[in-house]
Design a protein around this ligand. Structure first.
Ligand SMILES: [Cu+2]
Length: 66
């Protein structure tokens, strides 16, 4: 599934986002793209969990495509 992640400004942000997502149970792969402000997540996880995790880290997030 793909998410739109707001407020990622630098490679430090993308590293943080990637690490937060990789730490979630059920996630098998994460790709974060700074230019488009998106994160792709593979695995068995509910979208709201991704949204809540990134929101808590300071990055407003919404589901872009399932
Ligand atoms: Cu940053």
């Amino acid at each position: 599934m793909k998410f739109k992640v707001e407020k990622m400004m630098c490679s430090g942000c993308t590293s943080t986002v990637k690490a937060k997502l990789e730490a979630l149970a059920g996630v098998t792969a994460v790709r974060v793209d700074l230019a488009s402000g998106t994160a792709e997540v593979e695995g068995t996880i509910i979208p709201q969990q991704v949204i809540d995790t990134l929101q808590a880290a300071g990055y407003p997030t919404r589901l872009q495509s399932a």
